[in-house]
Design a protein around this ligand. Structure first.
Ligand code: AHR
Length: 671
């Protein structure tokens, strides 16, 4: 979404007369380092109901009755039993519905969905259930959307009947069309007809209008929002959920592929990680699994970057790595390493290989062309002053690396420098990543405004001979947790990203985090995209990411002020800037972030260009620093397009502008 309004960058003469003009020198003659196509991407983790209850369009919670309390999310009534010898080995539970003893009594089930079953007027929904009549005979399942309208005549506002017969398990499907929009409905099933005893399993409901119309599909608006970010890389499935609270609960990609009915449930650590944001009904169905992740990468035209467990469960939650059961002993790592090797085979292997065959059977015989693999999420080693447990991460990484390099020499391996972007653990790991010759390492930083404003030169000093950097998780968190997706924090992310861009020779990927949050079920904020069951909106941080991704160009251009990089340094009045050239469009693209509280006059000197032309400008600004987008006002802050005159200066084209206080502006000038 971009408003086209006529903003111009003509000088506000009164202000520029008083403030000092900042001269930005851009050398358009010499192309610098390539900006990697992977530079700006997305990082997906099932946190804040990002997958189940979010992007994954399944509307039924606990569809396979595998939550530890088997009827969580359900209201069962009449005569019923929960049984555990169902048709799906890894999800054995199901519900047996029986005649309630009198024709006027009802037996059945009602599902509450994720924060309600929400349906839209005139939209259609695909209901499905695996069912049988174990004692023979037949029954009718009356399937309805019901509402909470206490004054309504009939709670049911859409109904379809599903006839069940036979002793064999079969999948039954039916379509419901909703005549109304309802945000907090439920899905109700009555046992009707002959009321023969009926077993039901894997009860599912999807909108028919999913992303690309897929049956096991994604919510269209949310997938579209990802597509619109123009991601170059897609990191999945986490985050901390890769590691698990213990080894048992780590993300196991093999459990996330094959028929959805048989993908076993996993715990989701975000259900309990924060006691003050507790969600006991938050689990991972794995309905959005590795096949679907790879498929999304293909849809988005970006590189896939899966991350796998390195055999260390979450080190925050398990500070003593020698405790039995929480970390795999070095000698027992083989099955973990095999999982990594098999993953590459699943993604790229021929259809007659064991895992390539699984991919083909899921409908994708062509390889996914996986090029990157992350080993471990936020792992670290210990020195004597900090636990003294030694190189627990790097010794495991070495083993993974040896096996993966031997079998897949062109695969790019991604290590990690742990959860901190500086400090003893970072200082310990960064040189080790170089020693181990990983291709990239993953850095994380959730930091406050001050950090973002004072680290503009972070990457300018990095060792150019070391591995490349993947800024895999970062976001500006307002001091004291009082700001999340407010304009100010997003502006400072834009400022920081100019430093990422200027250092594109060393930083090859950057992904903001987290990506999604359900407004009724979040555990962590800020987040790029927020949603409820019917609507979604993009935060200002989303627009910052999108603007960088859509204007990343192909090569860095040198941009200096008084011969120094523009990175909020002393004397630079809170300005941050970077420039790129785009070989495809022939444009010079300049990004300037004014983090100061004053308008700053700019004189942008385009060395190597002559003559006048009209430049396009894109501005992201605010009416108040605490402005934020919301479900009710989703476009309060969006990028605005305009134009700007470029003059024929002395020996270089010249663009003069007064960039307003606290503003991110992009200038696009055809060379
Ligand atoms: O993005 C939320 C969490 O932050 C991730 O799971 C983890 O990697 C980091 O600590």
């Amino acid at each position: 979404m971009m408003k086209k309004i006529l903003t111009t960058c003509l000088l506000a003469a009164s202000l520029s007369a008083t403030a000092q003009t900042h001269v930005l020198d851009i050398n358009t003659k010499k192309l610098g380092a390539p900006v990697q196509p992977t530079m700006y991407g997305i990082f997906f983790e099932d946190i804040n109901y990002a997958a189940d209850g979010g992007l994954y369009a399944e509307m039924v919670k606990n569809r396979s009755f595998e939550f530890p309390q088997h009827l969580m999310g359900w209201r069962a009534f009449g005569q019923f039993d929960v049984k555990d010898d169902g048709p799906f080995e890894r999800n054995p539970h199901y519900v047996r519905l029986k005649y309630a003893g009198h024709n006027d009594k009802f037996t059945g089930l009602e599902n509450e969905g994720f924060f309600g079953i929400a349906v839209k007027k005139d939209a259609t929904y695909r209901f499905s259930v695996w069912a049988r009549c174990p004692e023979g005979g037949k029954s009718t399942l009356e399937v309805s959307f019901v509402d909470n309208d206490t004054m309504g005549e009939d709670q049911r506002f859409a109904t379809v009947n599903v006839e069940v017969s036979g002793k064999e398990w079969k999948k039954y499907t039916a379509t419901l069309k909703s005549p109304v929009t309802e945000a907090k409905g439920a899905l109700r099933i009555f046992l009707m007809g002959d009321k023969a005893t009926t077993d039901v399993e894997h009860i599912s409901l999807f909108p028919t209008d999913t992303w690309k119309g897929r049956e096991n599909g994604m919510r269209k608006d949310l997938a579209q929002a990802l597509f619109d970010m123009h991601p170059g890389v897609f990191r999945f499935p986490g985050g901390c959920i890769v590691e698990g609270t213990d080894l048992e609960s780590r993300y196991q990609w093999k459990n996330s592929v094959g028929p959805v009915e048989n993908r076993p449930l996993n715990e989701n650590r975000w259900h309990y990680t924060f006691g003050h944001r507790f969600y006991p009904d938050y689990f991972q169905s794995y309905g959005l699994g590795f096949f679907e992740f790879f498929q999304l990468c293909e849809d988005f035209g970006c590189e896939a970057l899966p991350v796998i467990s390195c055999g260390l469960s979450c080190q925050f939650q398990n500070p003593d790595p020698t405790k039995p059961g929480v970390h795999v002993a070095l000698d027992d790592l083989d099955s973990y390493i095999q999982d990594a090797l098999d993953l590459v085979e699943f993604a790229n292997g021929p259809v007659d290989s064991k895992w390539g065959k699984v991919r083909a059977e899921m409908g994708h015989p062509e390889p996914f062309n996986l090029k990157y693999l992350g080993v471990g999420n936020e792992q670290w080693d210990y020195d004597e002053a900090h636990g003294g447990f030694g190189p627990v991460f790097t010794e495991r990484l070495k083993k993974f690396s040896a096996a993966l390099r031997a079998k897949y020499p062109s695969l790019k391996l991604i290590g990690t420098t742990g959860p901190n972007s500086e400090g003893w653990d970072f200082d310990l790991l960064q040189p080790r990543m170089k020693e181990l010759k990983v291709d990239l390492y993953d850095e994380h930083y959730y930091r406050n405004e001050k950090w973002f404003l004072s680290h503009g030169l972070r990457y300018d000093t990095y060792d150019r001979k070391g591995p490349r950097v993947f800024a895999g998780e970062y976001a500006c968190h307002g001091a004291d947790g009082k700001k999340w997706n407010h304009f100010e924090t997003s502006l400072y992310e834009a400022a920081h990203m100019t430093g990422i861009e200027r250092n594109a020779d060393i930083v090859h990927m950057a992904t903001y985090a987290p990506l999604f949050a359900h407004v009724e079920g979040w555990q962590w904020r800020p987040d790029a995209i927020w949603f409820d069951n019917l609507r979604s909106f993009k935060s200002v941080s989303y627009y910052v990411q999108q603007l960088f991704a859509m204007n990343k160009g192909t090569n860095v251009l040198s941009l200096t002020m008084d011969k120094k990089p523009v990175a909020g340094q002393d004397g630079q009045d809170g300005l941050f800037a970077s420039a790129v050239f785009d070989k495809q469009t022939g444009e010079v693209i300049v990004k300037v972030v004014n983090t100061s509280a004053q308008t700053q006059p700019l004189s942008i000197q385009l060395q190597g260009m002559k003559g006048t032309r009209t430049a396009q400008i894109i501005t992201l600004t605010h009416n108040g620093m605490d402005d934020e987008n919301t479900l009710d006002d989703p476009e309060k802050i969006i990028p605005v397009e305009g134009t700007c005159q470029v003059d024929a200066g002395k020996g270089a084209s010249l663009l003069l502008d007064d960039i307003p206080a606290k503003t991110f502006r992009i200038y696009k000038i055809k060379k």
